[in-house]
Design a protein around this ligand. Structure first.
Ligand code: AMP
Ligand code: ZN
Length: 320
């Protein structure tokens, strides 16, 4: 990915990565420290974490979540992992990714918790989707299940913050999707930090939200992180992949455009220049089955999934 003639800005050795948006080329040895510094700046900028936080990192076994975990450990934060086994069978996707997460934890002497959806609730996500004849919507179902289980686990175990691996490409693609369809509710909530604003909710943060996907991939590569390369088989052809392509074409023509699109949105929001109405003005109250906060009068969207006679509408994938 580097140009062999380029030299590292810091030490003059051959560069391994050239970041056109920063007009910066770095070698394999200098890159990880730079990357961690950038993530630390993001953490400070949005007040994501403090040294006495107990962080739970949601790890999928992919490059983003293992990278964010690695960086937090390097920066000295208390960070444990949570792998959610969704029970997706294709080509051993689930077991391969679980193995990556567990191996990584072992190599860093860190703790990785595992929750199996089938063991805990009786059905895997594909089985659940089939039961609801929502195979085409398996991704939104999966998103709903993951959000519920992550938050519930973090809350039960007393973690003060939940960390996900979303990178800038993820965030910009979601932003594009939500502006093309003008979704005020989703736009209102898209931010690198979501406060725990109800009993039973844990603060959510995305420390990689200002890093490009290729920068994250380069970090994982030079840090020797063994991650699962494949996308989830159900995500192939997802709309966000298409938006990522469009954004990368923009980026090619004008380096930094992808970041600008996202960061100017954040800036305008922070400055109070744009505001979107929350679509959940209705008060949150505890789900009568699991206790997690919900706007629905009885059961939350997750618990309704398991009450087989009730038709459900899962949260949409726009809410990354
Ligand atoms: P995705 O929804 O697949 O784009 O993943 C977004 C983020 O959710 C990842 O960066 C992880 O932090 C987290 N995540 C995804 N899949 C899992 C999983 N099976 N177990 C735990 N966390 C996950
Ligand atoms: Zn519930």
């Amino acid at each position: 990915m580097g140009d062999s003639r380029m030299k590292c800005r810091k030490c003059g050795r051959p560069a391994a990565i050239n970041m056109r948006r920063h007009k910066l080329a770095l070698c394999e040895a200098c890159y990880p420290a730079w990357f961690r510094g950038q993530v630390e700046r993001t953490i400070r900028q949005f007040r994501m974490l403090s040294p006495d936080d107990r962080a739970l990192v949601a790890v999928s076994g992919g490059k983003d979540s293992l990278t964010v975990w690695d960086v937090l450990l390097h920066l000295g934060y208390h960070a444990e992992g949570l792998y959610i086994d969704l029970g997706i069978p294709d080509g051993g996707y689930s077991t391969e990714s679980e193995m990556r997460a567990l191996r990584f934890a072992e190599s860093r002497s860190a703790t990785c918790h595992v929750v199996s959806i089938r063991d805990r609730y009786g059905l895997s996500v594909p089985e659940l989707a089939a039961q609801h004849r929502r195979m085409e919507k398996a991704c939104s179902l999966c998103g709903l299940v993951k959000r519920h289980v992550m938050n519930g686990f973090a809350w039960e175990r007393g973690f003060s913050v939940l960390v996900t691996g979303h990178n800038l490409d993820d965030e910009a693609a979601v932003l594009m999707q939500n502006t093309l369809t003008w979704q005020p509710g989703y736009l209102a909530r898209q931010f690198p930090v979501l406060p725990a604003d109800a009993e039973g909710l844990v603060r959510k943060v995305k420390p990689l939200c200002l890093m490009y996907e290729r920068e994250v991939a380069a970090y994982a590569l030079v840090s020797g992180i063994d991650y699962i390369q494949d996308e989830c088989p159900h995500a192939v052809g997802a709309r966000t992949l298409f938006y990522k392509e469009i954004l990368n074409r923009l980026e090619q023509r004008s380096p930094g455009a992808k970041a600008y699109f996202f960061t100017q949105f954040l800036r305008a929001k922070q400055g109070g220049h744009i505001r979107f109405a929350e679509d959940r003005e209705v008060a949150l109250h505890a789900c009568s089955r699991c206790g997690q906060p919900t706007t629905a009068p009885g059961l939350c969207a997750f618990c309704r999934l398991w009450a087989s006679d009730v038709q459900t509408s899962a949260g949409d994938e726009e809410e990354a």
